[in-house]
Design a binder for this molecule. Structure first.
Ligand SMILES: [Zn+2]
Length: 207
């Protein structure tokens, strides 16, 4: 059997050993009581940026939507198939998420595609259109990582175009966070509104 496929089968066995077996299993509890995550993450599909793994979470901890380049599109109530917006609506309006984390990352293939620095996806059916949400972010930098950081801010601003997100922020029932994950160092930096700069995420970071 292919090595990478065998790895996921072994992983499945480990998962069941850890989370399923026994009456006090986390999954049985979550099945009985339902999910009540307080944290939502919007992250990229990139295989190196798995929020649950990076943040060492258990089932039920995180409500996650992943898409190319971790984009929150603007609020558009039309006939389109708005998968990310539907996920956000479910999390914010119906699960009553309290913290929405926009998690960008270094070396993002979606940002590379937007900046025409990724020849392997030059001709595509959906990617160029999707990442065009980020074409007018506030930066003059063509550096992929700097552009990715500016893109998080764009998604943050797009969040504010959702009326029920804005209402919850104003009522202090929802807090937005702009995080950036560096793949090489494994470090997360978080955007600070007061200083308008990124700083390392620590146990003292804003809650
Ligand atoms: Zn990415």
């Amino acid at each position: 059997m292919e090595k990478s496929f065998l790895k996921i089968l072994q992983g499945y066995n480990s998962f069941r050993d850890k989370y399923v077996h026994g009456d006090t299993s986390i999954l049985k509890h979550l099945s009985d009581s339902g999910q009540r995550p307080k944290i939502m993450v919007v992250s990229c599909c990139d295989s190196r940026v798995d929020p649950a793994l990076i943040l060492q979470c258990d089932p039920g901890d995180l409500y996650v939507v992943r898409n190319v380049a971790n984009i929150v599109p603007p609020f558009q109530k039309d006939e389109g198939y708005h998968g990310t917006s539907a996920s956000i609506e479910f999390g914010i309006r119906f699960l009553n998420i309290e913290h929405l984390i926009l998690l960008g990352h270094s070396q993002c293939g979606g940002i590379k595609a937007l900046l025409n620095k990724n020849n392997t996806v030059k001709y595509n059916d959906f990617i160029t259109s999707w990442v065009s949400v980020l074409k007018d972010v506030e930066t003059t930098s063509q550096d992929i990582d700097e552009y990715a950081k500016a893109s998080i801010k764009k998604s943050y601003e797009n969040c504010l175009s959702f009326p029920w997100i804005l209402d919850k922020i104003k009522a202090d029932k929802l807090f937005l966070h702009q995080w950036f994950f560096d793949i090489k160092t494994g470090e997360i930096i978080t955007y600070c509104d007061a200083t308008e700069e990124y700083q390392p995420l620590t146990l003292d970071s804003e809650s």
